[in-house]
Every structure is written in C-alpha cells, then in structure tokens.
Design a protein around this ligand. Structure first.
Ligand code: CMC
Length: 390
C-alpha cells in the first residue's frame, strides 16, 4: 500500500490520453476537437457537432448527408420493443427506462465484440434510437400512443414530433424551439473525463460493447451531482419561489454544511473561473424566453441567486460559479419539456461524447483494463466464529 496514492474522486489522476475535448478550467475554455464551443454554438448543429466529436474533424457535405441518412434509417424501434415499454410502471423514471433499453438494444445489435468497420453505423444507430426511446418513455408515462419517427424531419424536430404529436395532428416545433434544443444538446455533447464518460471508459476498458458501456453511462449521469443536477436545479428554484424564500435565505442555507442543501447548478470540479456553457445558456435563456413570450418567475429567482452568489465570500473563495445545469432547465421548461425529461435530454446530448471516447479508447494501444487500487482499512485477519458463539 505504501506505493499507492490516495486520490478520492480522481481529482488529480489522469486516466488516459485523449484528443476529443480540451478544457482549461482557469480560463473557462471548452473546445471540441480544438473548436471553441462559442463558434460551434453560433454556427453548428448537434448532428454536425456529434460527427465532429466522433470522427475528429468537421464533416464535408457528403459525410454529413450520409450520417443524417443513417440517423433517419435507424430512428424506428423494432415493433417488439413496445412490449418492453409496457412492462415499466407508468411512473418509472425515464433514466431507468433509457439505461435498460440501451442494454436491450445491445442484445440485438452487438455481440460483445468490437466491430470497427461498423462503428459509424453503430454510432448513428445508438444516437438515433436513444431519441426514440426517450420520446417513447415520455409517451408511456402519460399513457399516450407512441408516435413513429417522421423520416422527413431532422434530428431535433423529429424528437419533438415524437414527444408532442398526436395521431392525425402533427406537432411542428417552431424554429426557435428547434434551435434552442440543438444548442442545449450541442453544449452537452462532451466534457472530457466527467463521471459518466469515465464510467463509459471503465466499462469499455473490459472490451464491453458500445451499447453496454453507454447504458452504464446513463446510470452515472442520473445522479444529482452530475446530469441529474438539471432536475435538482429546477426543483430548487421552484421550492424557493413557492416557499417565498429570498435568494439571500437560500444562499445562507447552501453555505450551512449542516443544512444538507447545496446550491444546485453551482460549482464544478474543473471550472474555477466560469463555465463557458453556462454563459451561453444564460444568454440563450433571455433570448428564447423573450422570443417565445414566456415570463418565468424562476428565471428571476435564478438571476438573483447568481448575482448574490458571485459576490458572496463563501462562493468567491471556493470559486463556485454557475455550471451548465443552472440555466438549461429554465429553457427546456419554456419549450414545454417536462422536468422528468431533463436528464434524459442531457443523455441524448452526451451520447456522441461517450461514443467518441469509447472509440478513442478502443484505438488506444496504451489502454488497459480500468482497475483502480485501494488502501485497505478493514479488520486485520480474523478467525471464523461459529454461529452459536456470535
Ligand atoms: N453549494 C454549496 N457549496 C458547494 C457547492 C454548491 N453547489 N459546490 C461545492 N461546494 C463547496 C463544498 O462544500 C466544498 O466546501 P469546503 O471546502 O468548505 O468543504 C467546496 O465547495 C469544494 O467542493 P467539492 O464538493 O469538494 O467539489 P467537487 O469538485 O468534489 O464537486 C460538484 C463538484 C459539481 C459535484 C459540486 O460543486 C456540487 O455538488 N455542485 C452542485 C451539483 C451540480 O450542480 N452538479 C452539476 C455539475 S456540472 C454538470 C454535470 O457534471 O452534470
């Protein structure tokens, strides 16, 4: 044990070399394959960004067209899959359904071996089907009929169609809403060795297939300290608003370690200046709510919390700033997306990142099975006591 260094939460352990995403936490810089997130937010779409992450460069027109065709081709679920949805209780958390269904896909799509030839198709299939699974899980929770994907619609519009259309009454999302969801998905698309991506890599390091690895990633993302924070933020803002609590009172609670309350959507392991995704989303929240004509008191609560926290010594000293989850939920709420689906949408967004890392790891000759060590603190050797003497 003398040789083992303890590093809880791997705060200072580099587990791999990666060329996917660059983060400078002190400067608030995030780049996918070298491209600044601000440029992608302005010019790209989620699908193009996904291809960039998975393949390492921006696609040319033919490559993007082929990828889009594959996404369209793979959108429907096998009819037999509907039976799986029927088996879940109506109030089943959509993240539970998503993880289970991705594993179910692996039973029909992968045989546990790595098919490098098929990776483009496997990736498109996974990205496309998680969108259909997510929409179906929402429909199931409301007891509504499943809506088939429409091959004429593009990735984001098709998702909104499957979520919100009714038989004989197609829901056509406004460009404003499509753009906003594209932006949210793109900003979530990768974030180097975060908890869920590390999980995907750990599972993939045993040579588990892509789908089994990503199903595990969904489990990691679910927790409130990670992707589940977008739900926790909304619940916190609602509780503050409905409880008539002031922002100052809420901050006082968040600073009190005994309270068990944290300021959700604040703080980050790597960003110690600001989270560039939060800046983009804060501006987007103002813009989208304005254009949709939505006045949400929760946006005012969020703004006030941020304003006070940024000058409060507790948050300043600990370098705690709003993260990606602080404003994303307010935008999704304005778009009519229920809170229960927020983390699922994060998962749809993170899928290209997980795929890119799984693929990179499989190409990395230095990759070894993930197998951390420990410092044992349990009892020394004991002697077995028979039952009648215990
Ligand atoms: N509210 C109040 N205090 C906080 C918060 C917060 N949101 N975040 C960190 N702190 C305190 C923490 O108690 C500790 O104080 P002290 O030094 O006195 O013990 C100090 O700041 C350092 O925090 P840490 O917990 O050691 O930091 P970490 O790197 O282990 O955790 C984090 C990072 C994001 C899990 C944490 O900041 C947190 O729980 N934030 C709230 C949940 C959240 O918004 N998660 C989303 C993260 S970004 C997107 C994603 O990954 O999904």
């Amino acid at each position: 044990t003398g040789l083992i260094t303890l590093d809880p939460g791997f705060g200072n352990t580099g587990a791999c070399q990666s060329g996917v995403t660059f983060i400078d936490g002190d400067q608030g810089i995030l780049r996918y394959r070298g491209l600044p997130i601000e440029q992608l937010a302005e010019h790209s779409t989620f699908v193009e960004t996904a291809w960039l992450l998975i393949n390492g460069k921006l696609p040319n027109k033919a490559e993007l067209d082929q990828f889009s065709k594959r996404l369209t081709k793979h959108a429907p679920l096998h009819e037999g899959f509907k039976n799986h949805f029927e088996g879940f209780p109506l109030n089943a958390p959509p993240m539970a359904i998503l993880s289970a269904m991705i594993n179910t896909l692996s039973s029909s799509s992968c045989d546990g071996k790595l098919h490098e030839d098929d990776i483009d198709d496997l990736s498109a299939k996974l990205m496309s089907k998680v969108r259909t699974i997510a929409a179906y899980s929402y429909r199931r929770s409301l007891g509504l009929p499943f809506i088939y994907p429409d091959p004429k619609l593009r990735y984001v519009a098709n998702f909104l169609h499957m979520m919100f259309s009714m038989p004989y009454e197609q829901h056509i999302a406004s460009q404003e809403v499509v753009d906003a969801l594209n932006l949210i998905l793109m900003l979530h698309a990768d974030h180097e060795q975060n908890c869920s991506t590390s999980t995907v890599r750990v599972v993939g390091s045993s040579k588990a297939n892509l789908y089994a690895s990503c199903a595990a990633g969904v489990g990691a993302l679910w927790g409130p300290l990670h992707g589940g924070a977008n739900v926790a933020v909304l619940e916190m803002l609602e509780a503050i608003h409905e409880g008539g609590m002031s922002a100052a009172e809420a901050l006082a609670l968040a600073k009190d370690k005994q309270s068990g309350f944290k300021l959700m959507g604040f703080g980050h392991r790597v960003y110690k200046n600001f989270d560039p995704r939060a800046l983009i989303l804060k501006r987007a929240a103002d813009r989208v709510l304005g254009r949709l004509g939505v006045q949400d008191p929760l946006l005012d609560v969020a703004r006030k919390l941020e304003e006070l926290a940024l000058i409060d010594p507790y948050f300043v000293e600990r370098k705690l700033y709003p993260n990606v989850d602080f404003y994303s939920g307010i935008i999704m709420r304005a778009m009519g997306i229920p809170t229960s689906m927020f983390t699922v949408i994060f998962a749809i967004g993170r899928m290209p990142g997980w795929i890119a890392h799984w693929k990179e790891q499989n190409h990395d000759r230095a990759s070894r099975i993930a197998r951390p060590r420990q410092i044992y603190i349990g009892p020394k050797e004991q002697v077995y006591t028979p039952m009648d003497q215990r």
